[in-house]
Design a protein around this ligand. Sequence first.
Ligand code: MN
Ligand code: MN
Length: 291
Amino acid sequence: MLRKNIETFLGCDAEYRPASMVLFGAPFDSTTSFRPGARFGPSAIRHESFGLETYSPYQDADLTDCEVFDSGDLELCFGSSETALVDIESRAAEILRDGKFPLLLGGEHLVTLGAVRAAVKKWPDLHIVHFDAHADLRDDYLGARLSHACVLRRCHELVGDGHIHQFCIRSGDREEFRFAAEHTDLHKFDFSGLEELCGWLVRTDVPVYFTIDLDCLDPACFPGTGTPESGGVNFLQLLDAIRKVSAARVVAADVNELAPMLDPTGASTAVACKVVRELILALCHGNTKRK
Ligand code: MN
Ligand code: MN
């Protein structure tokens, strides 16, 4: 039988109604401070995902056991960050309203703010777990308050003190680290402290938004990103961390900052695809455990 030519992420071909998770892409990189290209991230991740198997030997789980609907990419305004964020928020809100889990593919890290705005309206006591090389806590970047360098600062205005938990952070200006010392739970360099945090998140059952800036990875395995920062974690450390966080009540998540054309070998895109596969599996598994 002839079928429609549509490209979803590997194994994410459920219909909308039965799906428990909905994937959507935000191909936006207008505020990228150094090397642009993250707008090509979501489509590269979908296309290259077919180089992977649906089965994960790490988790003994298969994407074919998960009901995931891939709604494709939003068509976003490149000239206005606020307009783009409104569109991202409304898509995330629609998915949440239908009782489903939004998984956002960036794009640059600013896209997170749109999804967090939607999540915090549903869960005012939201916590954010943030993996990144960069603190992203600037109040403005070259005068812009809506920038990927400011995204967690804008999130802090929504969720308040003690609700943002940052890991792998190894870059930021002095003021960002001062701000973090007073207002966020920042862990430098790696995942030290994550196990304790996740134990607490599980015990308290607070709602969690999970944002993964892929540049938390070392540029040796992930050079295809706008602002690579040496001294990062490796894939297996990230996988282990993803599984720990997924044991908590994660209500929405995103993976961002792949700029596929900055790594012509394709290795960075392959890493991003595998992170997305393992994240979907970990979250689906966590969801069934909680039900
Ligand atoms: Mn970031
Ligand atoms: Mn970053």
